[in-house]
Structure formats: C-alpha cells, structure tokens
Design a protein around this ligand. Structure first.
Ligand SMILES: *Cc1c(COP(=O)(O)O)cnc(C)c1O
Length: 393
C-alpha cells in the first residue's frame, strides 16, 4: 500500500534512508577495519535486522532481553557478533549471557569479580571505563562523564586483579556528537589508559557518534580507527544507535480535533508522552511536515511546518491523553488544519518504538516499512491485548 493508505498512528521505517546510513557505516567498516554494532537500545525493529546485517557486524544489548533479541535475529547463527553491557548483571542472567554473547562488558570490578567464574573462557571479557572527560554540557542526563555518574570504571579502579582478567575496554561518553569530540576523547583515553590499550585485544568506543549525519568527518574517523588498530594492535568496535537509524523513520498521525484556548490546538492520535517521550524528556521539538517524500530524484518536495507565526496558520500539536503537558510543540502551516488531516513527524525511528508505552490506554502505533518504490508493508499491528497484558493476569 501507499503511505496515504497506512492506518494512523504508525511508524514507517524508510528503508531508503536506512540503507543510506548503512552504506556510510559499511564504508567505515571496510576502510578502517573496525566492527560496527547496532545499539538496540535506540532501535530494535528486528524485522529490519536482515537488511542491517548486510552492512554491519552485529548488535549490542544492555541486558538479557536485548542480547537475546540480537542473538536470535542477528547473532552467531548469522555470522554476526552479540555484545552486551549493563551497569550490573543479575546472577541468574549471567550463564545465558555468557552463552549467547561473544563479548561481555562489566561496569565495576565488583561485578567482574562476582561473575568471573561463570563467564571465564566462554566470552571475551571487557570493562567499561569512565575517562572522566566531558565533551558535552547541555544535557547532563545523557553525559556518562557527568559528576556522580555510575557508568564506567575510573583509572584507579583498574587494578592488577582486574587487568589480568580482561580482553578489552569500552567507553561510551557521547550523545549526538561530532568527530572532534571523539578525537579529543581518544587522546584522553590514550593518555590515561594507554598502558592498558597496549595489553588488551579490543577497544569499544561506544555510541553517540553521529557518523551518518550531514557533515560528519567520516574520513577523520576512518583515519583515527586505523591509527588505533596499528598503534595498539587491537580490534576497534563502534556501537552506534542513532547513526544506524537517524532520519530513517516517521511517525504518521491524524488530527482528531481542533480546539481553541488563546491559540488553536490540534489534538492528534499520536502522543508525546506515549509515542515520542524524548520530546518531553530531552526536551526537543521534532520536525513536522504535511507530506513525506523519500529522498531520491522525485520532483515532489516535503512541505515542512514552520516556526510559530512563520506561516499563516499557527497551531499547538498535542496528544490525545489527559496529561496537560502532552504537547509536542507549536508550529505553523500554509493551510488551515482540520480533523482527518495527516501530519508527519520526522526522525522517529530512533528512541521511539523502544520507548513506547500505553499510558492512558493510548494505542501503540502500528509499524510499517517503506521500500524504495514507496510501497508500505505492515510489520506489526497492536490492539487492546497489548495494553491489557502488561497490567495483570
Ligand atoms: C545508548 C548507548 C549506545 C548508543 O548510543 P547512540 O547515542 O544511540 O548512538 C551505545 N552504547 C552504550 C553503552 C549506550 O548506552
């Protein structure tokens, strides 16, 4: 079916945009020798894993469920790798994790020592370090190097007892950042952890690198990885979430009503609180358009909404929950909006489906994928049972 025929609310994964990102990541793998893993925390749309697996080396997960999904859908049976990191593992999860994960990363020496006998010889063991080097100031919420962070071991925590047990080190200190921030971080890691880099087999540089966004210094990244591999004789891993699926999906929504209170407000069948919680959490105002065209050589253009008052009709876009603050943002349009009109929220493959909830009994959006011909295929529909089943017997 065509995009105009999908049932709202729904996410539509744009495979053209996804492949665009994957081609850049594959170039990084091919030219630098690094391995790139999908961070499933950001995107776990496993119907796309067969496509993603054509380009990158595997997945990473943040615990048993994500690790299992990565293993089942893009793991060893597919010739791919499954990594896992969690701030702490529960003892009952460790045997299965050691079986399905080829790389297991611990967050503290206590965790490593507690689980060592259950994992030794079964998986490649690493620890997460905290370089204590901040490259972002705007969002402490997303800065693992912020004061008081529980994420990663400080240099002095890496005792001889820890070092003799590990094959690799991992850091993850960035969020939507450019190459310069990675390069500066690597210099600090070399300065403070250089002796360890010389004795381990691998370095995982985490996610948060916006490798596939416009203007990222991909060649700089390739050069840096080659330098690290040659200097320290190590394997290098990157585990981006956003860079894999940035701008590779939209949330399609319908206007249910128009109300007026100082300004005109559109009540939508999509909700910030339920379907795009990062809008409230980060917070940010997503890009909205009145149509959606895949990138390519089409003559048609995407008609984007403007800032409030920039175009003739200004509206506040809000969700269909009882939460007063379920507001997506204020926008303006060339044409007046009415019930039944559709709006398209951009860059909604990342940190959206994985964060969905059914607060207030709001239905979960369906999931479609769109191929290069603009043909939309339904991957999953949700119903009342999906709401009910999480709340009782
Ligand atoms: C969140 C996370 C990632 C992915 O981050 P993105 O910002 O989506 O690229 C990778 N590794 C770890 C440890 C993470 O917590």
């Amino acid at each position: 079916m065509k995009l105009s025929e999908v049932k709202t609310p729904c996410y539509v994964i744009d495979e053209v945009a996804l492949i665009h990102n994957l081609e850049i990541l594959k170039k990084v793998e091919d030219e630098s020798g690094a391995h790139i893993l999908l961070a499933q925390k950001c995107f776990s749309g496993y119907d796309e894993y067969p496509l993603i697996a054509k380009y990158i080396s595997g997945t990473t997960g943040s615990g048993l469920y994500e690790a299992r999904l990565g293993y089942e859908k893009m793991g060893v049976p597919f010739g791919k790798q499954t990594h896992v990191y969690a701030p702490a593992y529960k003892s009952e999860d460790v045997p299965e994790l050691a079986r399905i994960c080829d790389h297991m990363i611990f967050n503290s020496s206590a965790q490593l020592l507690r689980h060592y006998s259950a994992v030794r010889g079964k998986t490649s063991i690493g620890v997460r370090i905290n370089p204590q080097y901040r490259t972002q100031k705007d969002h402490p919420m997303y800065d693992p190097c912020a004061a008081g962070s529980r994420l990663g071991m400080k240099r002095e925590d890496l005792t001889a007892e820890v070092l003799e047990k590990i094959d690799g080190i991992h850091f993850h200190t960035m969020c939507e950042q450019r190459f310069d921030d990675l390069a500066r971080t690597v210099r600090v890691v070399e300065r403070d952890f250089g002796d360890i880099l010389r004795r381990v087999k691998w370095l995982n540089m985490g996610g948060g690198q916006h490798i596939t966004s416009e203007g990222y210094d991909v060649d700089g990244l390739i050069t840096l990885i080659k330098y690290l591999r040659e200097t320290y004789k190590i394997e290098v891993y990157l585990e981006p979430g956003e860079a894999v699926t940035i701008d590779a999906g939209i949330l399609v929504s319908e206007v249910l009503d128009v109300v007026e209170n100082r300004l005109k407000i559109l009540v939508l069948d999509a909700s910030a609180a339920c379907h795009m919680p990062d809008v409230l959490e980060v917070p940010y105002t997503p890009t909205v358009s009145e149509n959606y065209i895949q990138s390519g050589d089409s003559e048609e253009k995407i008609i984007f909404a403007g800032e409030p008052a920039e175009k003739r009709y200004t509206y506040r876009l809000a969700g269909n929950t009882c939460l007063a603050g379920d507001v997506i943002g204020d926008y303006s349009f060339d044409s007046e909006k009415k019930a039944g009109d559709r709006l398209y929220f951009h860059d909604m493959a990342i940190y959206s489906m994985v964060k969905n909830n059914t607060f207030n009994g709001i239905p979960l959006p369906s999931i479609y994928s769109m191929d290069k011909n603009g043909e939309c295929r339904i991957l999953k529909e949700f119903g009342y049972e999906d709401f009910k089943s999480r709340l009782g017997s």
